[in-house]
Design a binder for this molecule. Structure first.
Ligand SMILES: C[S@@+](CC[C@H](N)C(=O)[O-])C[C@H]1O[C@@H](n2cnc3c(N)ncnc32)[C@H](O)[C@@H]1O
Length: 269
């Protein structure tokens, strides 16, 4: 397996550190993440009976909120929560102490071939630079007939914030996510069978920009992957950002749009 470059390794460490720092505050601001996870659960193929699931994996489990749901749904199965961030895993352990936990990268799973009946992954895979590697790993560790159920962010997410920052400078302040087309191409090229792949728009409203940016910080989702944002923005720069965002204001407040890709993939067999 190809080694990660020093820069990729460093980037992953920074993502892990940002999420570990946010573990204690994450659940208090995770309404959007809850809604996405609930929608993802609703996509679980009806043909899968709970007796069929003996081993499940929550890939990028965060604080373990959905581990708890999976544990309830598949009461007789063994479950594993996997995450890059030790701080998140420590939190998940207190929530569901009887599960197994692994600190690892979704791009390099330390799991045996053909070992999982279900991989559930909500809003974690947008942090993986090589999505085809994730799909290869999912295919390897799934049992024949096993299912990968994932949600991930797509291009157009936080478009209002991104465009408002462009009124200030050319630096990267908001992550750029893969396009839906790219998700379609990569899943189609994988060894997994695509049962469903679609994008759904979720929009939330905020009274002021700071409410959104504080939320992103408390989620640990404020780490920018491509290019470094400047450490400090001047008072004038901030004023320009706020003015630019006001152009998007609606009756309910300032919108923040998320484009979420939902995928249901199956390993043949
Ligand atoms: C937005 S949180 C989602 C957590 C949980 N699935 C939920 O829906 O509440 C994203 C999680 O993905 C984890 N993560 C990011 N990159 C990862 C990677 N390469 N491998 C495994 N986990 C990763 C982060 O540490 C974080 O806990």
């Amino acid at each position: 397996m190809r080694e990660l470059s020093a820069q990729q390794q460093n980037n992953k460490q920074q993502v892990a550190a940002a999420f570990s720092r946010a573990a204690a505050t994450y659940d208090s601001v995770a309404d959007f993440q809850r809604a996405v996870g609930a929608r993802l659960f609703s996509l679980l193929p009806e043909s899968i009976s709970s007796e069929q699931i003996q081993q499940w994996l929550d890939l990028g489990c965060g604080t373990g909120y959905f581990c708890e749901h999976l544990q309830q749904l598949f009461a007789s199965a063994r479950g594993t929560g996997l995450d890059l961030a030790q701080g998140m895993l420590a939190f998940a352990r207190t929530r569901c102490p009887t599960l197994s936990y692994i600190c690892a990268d979704a791009e390099q799973l330390p799991l045996q071939d053909n070992s999982q009946d279900l991989i559930f992954s909500s809003l974690a895979l947008q942090w993986c630079t090589d999505f085809s590697k994730v799909l290869r790993e999912a295919h390897r560790v799934l049992k024949p007939g096993g299912v990968l159920l994932f949600s991930s962010l797509a291009d157009g997410s936080l478009i209002e914030l991104r465009r408002s920052w462009q009124a200030v400078d050319n630096a990267s302040h908001v992550n750029q996510f893969r396009t839906l087309q790219r998700y379609q191409d990569l899943t189609a090229a994988s060894a997994l069978q695509v049962l469903d792949l679609h994008c759904h728009t979720h929009t939330y409203h905020y009274a002021k920009v700071a409410d959104l940016t504080h939320e992103l910080k408390h989620l640990g989702a404020d780490h920018v992957q491509e290019g470094r944002a400047p450490g400090l923005v001047s008072r004038q720069g901030l004023q320009r950002l706020l003015r630019a965002y006001e152009d998007y204001r609606q009756a309910q407040g300032l919108p923040a749009t998320w484009q979420v890709v939902y995928g249901v993939l199956r390993k043949e067999g």
